[in-house]
Design a protein around this ligand. Sequence first.
Ligand code: SF4
Ligand code: SF4
Length: 340
Amino acid sequence: MKKIIHFQECSSIEGTRIEALNAVLDKIKKPFKSGDSVGIKLHWGEKGNKNYLSPVYAREIVKWLQAGGMKPFVVDTTVLYSGGRREGSESLATAAEHGFTEKFLGCPVKIGDGLDGKNTTELPAGFKHFKTVQAAKIVQDADGFVIFSHFKGHLEAAYGGAIKNISMGFASRAQKQRMHADAKPKLNKDKCIQCGECADICPSGAATMDIDNFPVYDLSKCIGCAQCIAMCPEMALKIIWNTDIKVFQEKLIETAAAIWRLIQNKTVVVNALINIVAECDCLPGDHQKISEDKGFISSYHPVAADDESIALIGAEAIEKAHQNIPWQRQFEYAKEIGFY
Ligand code: SF4
Ligand code: SF4
């Protein structure tokens, strides 16, 4: 496995975090040249999320790139579920609400698959689950990338870091659906308070309330986005996997590996191990902390960055937050397909 470039510890004080980020950036040998357009791939947080990375960190990366003569921009893609990021225009409004504006960052803020989510490209993959992978066209168009990832827990992958930021983060909406397709909701009626939240949030119309005011799920319409499961206030919904949950871990890796093949020589990876909470920034709310701040890691490979991030936090913290998710399969499978 390729080594990390640098890890710099920090405390939870913002000034020390910024110093730590700049220390890891300083150690990176930029694979970009003057004039290159370089995308800073990050997640600006779902509407109502309280744990996303503040734009002050992205602004430091912008300055670092501009100092080398590059033309940075901040980028994310459209998502499957309703909320504040399904369409590009909504997503840019959410980004602005969270402070990710051109004025603050000093660079443009873009949607990598276009405002309508249709600007995509089909990449060769040749793996067990995916022969091709559909990604945002920006992976081809940009001269380079900084994959800047908030390391934290995740409902279906147990944790989210650089691998997920590339995989789900650059995947087109269709590719996101292809990865999620096996996660379906199963109701525990005893826990349900009939609030209707799951039906309100369901983007496909699969979740509706029946005449007794309990939710029902039409699995033929369900796109497996898991929003209902994530948003239920009573945790009355469990995931049923039509296939082994390991398959999701493998699909995540296959998508990341196919995209990485294309961008590997023009990309660096930075993981932020701060505000480490149990859930992804794609969920509204203020989520429970699972670890103290650790610092920032830079790497030339996403698998190395995530492996090191887990070692720093401790696998127990992730497993306690998300039991019975075989996240280790991501690393085994990455090795099996030569993505390391
Ligand atoms: S029922 Fe299916 S499509 Fe609807 S929110 Fe739940 S997982 Fe997503
Ligand atoms: S969100 Fe949860 S508690 Fe509310 S109706 Fe749906 S399953 Fe029941």
